[in-house]
Design a protein around this ligand. Structure first.
Ligand code: KG4
Ligand code: ZN
Length: 361
């Protein structure tokens, strides 16, 4: 089954062609980062307008790359018969920014209807979990579970119990800021630019030590209403962290680059420690065979290092997405659809966007 996937949930316009859920024939991502950089964050109005502008070209590029690699087809034209090679159109319908999601969903509905092919609606978080299976040599998702999945990005930080492919249950999450957001806000406070994660990752490696500052990342208290029935020890809260950074910068402003690096390294260590610590707790009891990690923050080198220790300590396999599939992409969307996931049949054509969709919902 060849699936054309479309993803426009935030600030990446993406399309991909994936065969049988795992084999990526093409993956095209147009990143809007430069458009949002002057504002230090994603501006929804700019994001949706840019999606409208780019989506047509990105879809065509994905088809061209998949079926006519090396060119030979004029830039604006697709070879005859290319559309016939697509068996289904898959698209993210949530979570994300409503005005961004609408562009991809409308485009996908239009394509599916005009081609007479089925439409498949995909949950973006569940697709991040599938991203670890797109790498050549990755194990078969049907033979890997039960999985503990961690999805960490600019919009999400959650732990998901995946007993078998297609079944998802959130067991922990952040009660406020996502991990990526915590990186981005710190970089903004330090004047390091946007997005913050990559630059913090880089600067932290220059630090002489990681424990120059003690930043707090306690578990939320049991009984906290934000938990909504989740176990407190598997949840995190990052909003206090950035406040504490703000006070630290006010009270003890760094005197040189070395001190900036030490602050950054300590801040990163607090986030990474919180994420790795929850993984360690969730893996206790021996229920899982693998730890699968996706989302833009999973690119963080210190996090990868700590997760490798946690996985090996728990005796489970660590599954990380290939760097190009960590951030938002459409290969994970087409892939999950090709494995049989998502909203299918007539129900898909009636889908509306669901900005606050959760894994397993
Ligand atoms: O998954 P993603 O591309 O988009 C969504 O938010 O869905 O993730 C983007 C986030 C940003 O917050 C960015 O700062 C963070 O991932 N990020 C990183 C690194 N690379 C990207 N965070 C920490 N370390 C990195 N190396
Ligand atoms: Zn994402």
């Amino acid at each position: 089954m060849v699936v054309l996937g479309i993803e426009t949930s935030c600030d990446e316009t993406a399309a991909a062609v994936v065969e049988d859920g795992r084999s990526v024939l093409s993956s095209v991502v147009y990143s809007q980062v430069p458009l949002h950089q002057p504002y230090g964050g994603v501006v929804p109005e700019i994001a949706s307008r840019s999606h409208v502008e780019k989506i047509g070209g990105v879809v065509r590029e994905a088809l061209r790359e998949a079926f006519a690699p090396g060119g030979g087809v004029a830039d604006t034209e697709l070879a005859p018969g290319v559309w016939d090679r697509v068996d289904a159109v898959a698209v993210t319908y949530g979570p994300g920014l409503a005005s961004s999601l609408i562009v991809g969903l409308s485009a996908a509905k239009g394509l599916a209807l005009s081609l007479g092919k089925p439409l498949i609606g995909i949950n973006h978080i569940e697709a991040h979990v599938h991203s670890v299976f797109l790498t050549p040599g990755a194990p078969d998702p049907r033979e890997t579970g039960p999985l503990l999945a961690l999805v960490v990005s600019g919009g999400h930080s959650c732990w998901i119990d995946v007993p078998e492919p297609g079944t998802y249950r959130i067991i922990g999450q952040t009660l406020d800021d996502a991990a990526g957001e915590a990186f981005d806000k710190a970089a903004k406070l330090l004047g390091l630019g946007y997005p913050g994660g990559p630059v913090i990752d880089r600067v932290a490696r220059q630090a002489a030590r990681r424990d120059a500052v003690a930043f707090p990342t306690g578990s939320p208290r049991t009984g906290n209403r934000g938990l909504g029935g989740l176990r407190a020890e598997l949840c995190v809260s990052f909003s206090g962290l950035k406040t504490s950074l703000m006070y630290h910068l006010r009270d003890q402003p760094p005197q040189d680059e070395g001190q900036v690096a030490e602050i950054v390294a300590a801040y990163q260590e607090a986030i990474v420690g919180a994420l790795a610590g929850r993984c360690e707790r969730a893996l206790r009891g021996g229920r899982y065979r693998a730890l699968a990690v996706g989302g833009g923050v999973s690119l963080n080198r210190r996090l990868r290092e700590r997760l490798a220790q946690v996985a090996s300590g728990a005796g489970v396999r660590l599954l990380l997405a290939e760097p190009r599939f960590c951030g938002d992409n459409a290969a994970m969307i087409a892939g999950l659809a090709g494995m049989g996931g998502g909203v299918r049949g007539e129900a898909a054509l009636r889908l509306d966007v669901v900005p606050a969709l959760e894994a397993g919902e």
